[in-house]
Design a protein around this ligand. Structure first.
Ligand code: UD1
Ligand code: UDP
Length: 382
């Protein structure tokens, strides 16, 4: 794993495998992200066996890809796993699967089969996940739609399994912790005591490469317009650490008129427990994130997706998510419309088209069956 979303989605699997003596699971982090990855490992109490610590400021795709392939190959030669698990569509997932392929180690792909059918959107993720599918041995599809995509591409039925998305396992785990640990819950509430409960909370995230430049700037301008036109809207924006995001967000939202600025909170990325709490409190989420699109239906909170296409149509079909692109005027109109019909936030978990919280146990069951009888007493999974 290398980035925040991979760690969130693999954490439940790591915890479940650690508790199961059938498996000897070893965690390798590439450190494609540093602080945003460490935040997740802290929450789930995961100590990596290998930390390649590869992140560089403003890293290029070519540079980070080549370093991951080389370094992960070394780890695979050292750990000699029976299977390498990769998650999603990041550079870490793609480069680690390529390293496993070169070492001729079976690959299991978690969250397989998502597609937009446009190789540049999202960039480079759509290509990454296609590359991974072409060399993976086991494909854990989160939904029937993702499975159908893989079968259409010619992958055999015997290698494709619908498991649900493990992000829902992670989310449910955090909600249970928040419900059962009153002290932690109070700490999180205190942390966000600056939010006015009389106002409607609009939670923002965004970081896609294809949005850099004009689209991010238009989104920020739209948020200023929104706060101007809706007097009880309050914006909370944990800003991704990518400099291509930081720069325009701080320039445009940071320089809004002081009367509006008072209702625009720009903060550093928050830990996963805090973010789950914020999603449960939000009246509206505006995002281009994949993970957030999957999580929002669990809270019944409307999501406006600032993209032209999505590889996650299930939320749109369920009526929770809407694709709105990046036109400034459209973002404002859609946000006002969504706020008008938004329900009061609650900590209740709703049924989700993305999973039921049992994805990790389905994947482990599958790995157990697949590796039983290979002669190994304990399947080594990295
Ligand atoms: C990466 C993934 C993207 C995923 C996203 C999740 C790729 C190509 N992109 O995008 O698929 O959705 O993570 O957030 O794999 N940075 C820090 N500290 C951090 C993290 C990032 O300073 O903890 C800064 C660094 O300057 C780094 C830059 O952000 O060079 C970009 O990081 P990178 O992993 O290349 O791309 P992301 O935009 O984060
Ligand atoms: N998230 C978080 N802290 C934040 C913002 C998001 O923990 O400040 C979580 C969010 O709940 C989701 C994941 O990070 O599970 C999404 O990561 P990101 O948007 O970086 O990547 P993507 O899902 O688009 O690949």
């Amino acid at each position: 794993m290398g980035t925040r979303p991979e760690a969130i989605k693999l954490a439940p699997l790591v915890k479940a495998a650690e508790a199961d003596r059938t498996f000897d699971i070893q965690v390798c982090i590439t450190g494609q992200h540093r602080s945003m990855l460490d935040q997740v490992l802290d929450v789930f109490g995961i100590t990596p066996d290998y930390d390649l610590n590869l992140m560089k400021p403003a890293q290029s795709l070519a540079e980070v890809t080549s370093r991951i392939v080389t370094e992960v190959s070394g780890v695979i030669r050292h750990a000699r796993p029976e299977c390498v698990l990769v998650q999603g569509d990041t550079t870490t997932a793609f480069a680690a699967s390529l390293a496993a392929f070169y070492e001729k180690v079976p690959i299991a792909h978690v969250e397989a089969g998502l597609r937009t059918s446009d190789k540049y959107s999202p960039f480079p993720e759509e290509a990454n996940r296609r590359f991974i599918s072409s060399i993976a041995d086991l494909h854990f599809a989160p939904t029937p739609w993702a499975r159908a995509n893989l079968l259409r591409e010619g992958h055999p039925e015997s290698a494709v399994f619908v498991t649900g998305n493990s992000v829902i396992d992670a989310l449910i785990w955090v909600m249970n912790v928040l419900k059962s640990d009153a002290r932690l819950r109070r700490q999180v509430e205190d942390r966000f005591a600056f939010l006015n409960p009389e106002r409607r909370l609009v939670l923002i995230t965004g970081h896609r490469r294809e949005s850099f430049g004009g689209p991010i700037r238009r989104m920020c301008e739209a948020l200023v317009d929104l706060v101007e036109q809706v007097p009880d809207a309050e914006i909370l924006y944990p800003v991704h650490l990518n400099p291509n995001v930081q720069e325009p967000v701080n320039a445009i939202l940071g320089s809004a008129h002081p009367l509006l600025r008072e209702r625009i909170h720009l903060i550093a990325p928050v830990d996963y427990v805090s973010f789950v709490y914020l999603m449960a409190r939000a009246h509206l989420i505006i995002t281009d994130s994949g993970g957030v699109q999957e999580e929002a239906p669990s809270f019944g909170v409307p999501v406006l997706v600032t993209r032209d296409r999505t590889e996650r149509p299930e939320g749109v079909e369920a009526g929770v998510a809407k694709l709105i692109g990046t036109d400034r005027k459209r973002i404002v109109e859609e946000a006002i419309r969504s706020l008008d019909v938004s329900r009061s936030p609650s900590m209740t978990i709703h049924r989700s088209p993305y999973g039921d919280g049992l994805a990790s146990s389905r994947m482990l069951e599958n790995l157990r069956e697949r590796f039983a009888g290979t002669g190994a007493e304990r399947a080594r999974v990295s």
